[in-house]
Design a protein around this ligand. Structure first.
Ligand SMILES: [Zn+2]
Length: 277
């Protein structure tokens, strides 16, 4: 069974809820690491013979169109991570629609016209933005991967398999990240610190168990998670943990996971046909 390997293409300083030195007005002066680290991921996926879905931040696409073209040319799927990395529930339907349009325009300028998938920064499509999927459907997005079946960022009651959600403007397929039950809670086994801290064998066992039940899963990685020389900065403690916990050796563990399961772009796993021009 084919699963989804996904990448949120963003800079190391695209951290939600951080102001001060990481505020938007400083982004153009902070050291950029996204091209080098994304190319390392491309090399890794190429070595493993794996294709993935890259949710590219529009702000990054506008500055590095060649990178976007090279991702697409390598056979990967390009999707949107929004334009300015804002939490959806902090936007209005109108400003969310504008951010989506801007991200699509940046991807189109980089040569990628058919963008049909979206992932919100920090899983921010949840009960606080009940209008968000409708905005996506109206903008003709076919799938979304922004609703985490976890407390705090999402809702543990959300389904843990791809499912269709109806909106006033049509259906959107929702593809959640892999979570696992631990300590009485749903933990992020397929994303962030949960993926980085886990033994590859444990992740692969969870993938195999879901696949036996006919359920494809999604893994999420960020270019900054495999940065060999990450800029060290002081973040609030919880952020520090989420950002830096067990980065060391992650690329090696990730490679073991990629080689131990089968992956394909999300649009293909969901059986979506090519977008009509
Ligand atoms: Zn992000």
């Amino acid at each position: 069974m084919r699963n989804c390997l996904t990448v949120d293409v963003e800079e190391w300083f695209h951290v939600c809820g951080i102001s001060g030195p990481f505020a938007f007005e400083h982004w153009d002066t902070l050291p950029s690491r996204v091209v080098e680290t994304t190319r390392d991921l491309l090399d890794l996926f190429d070595a493993c013979g794996t294709r993935a879905t890259f949710f590219v931040l529009g702000w990054v696409a506008a500055r590095h169109p060649t990178l976007v073209r090279d991702i697409a040319r390598a056979g990967h799927e390009i999707a949107s991570h929004g334009h300015l990395h804002r939490r959806v529930y902090e936007l209005t339907p109108e400003s969310f629609g504008a951010d989506l349009a801007e991200s699509r325009a940046a991807l189109a300028a980089a040569g990628v016209a058919d963008v049909r998938g979206f992932r919100a920064p920090e899983w921010s499509i949840n009960g606080r933005a009940p209008w968000a999927l409708d905005v996506l459907a109206r903008a003709r997005f076919a799938f979304d991967s922004s609703m985490a079946p976890m407390r705090i960022v999402g809702d543990p009651a959300y389904p843990q398999r791809p499912h269709v959600r109806a909106t006033a403007h049509g259906e959107v397929i929702e593809f959640p990240p892999l979570v696992d039950r631990r300590f009485g809670q749903n933990m992020p086994l397929g994303v962030g610190w949960g993926l980085r801290m886990s033994d590859p064998a444990r992740v692969l066992a969870a993938i195999a168990e879901r696949n036996r039940r006919g359920i494809p899963i999604a893994l999420v990685v960020h270019p900054w998670e495999i940065d060999r020389d990450p800029p060290r900065v002081t973040l609030p403690l919880a952020r520090q943990f989420a950002h830096y916990f067990r980065l060391g050796g992650f690329q090696t563990r990730l490679e073991q996971i990629i080689r131990g399961a089968t992956f394909a772009p999300m649009g293909e796993v969901l059986g979506l046909s090519a977008v009509d021009a």
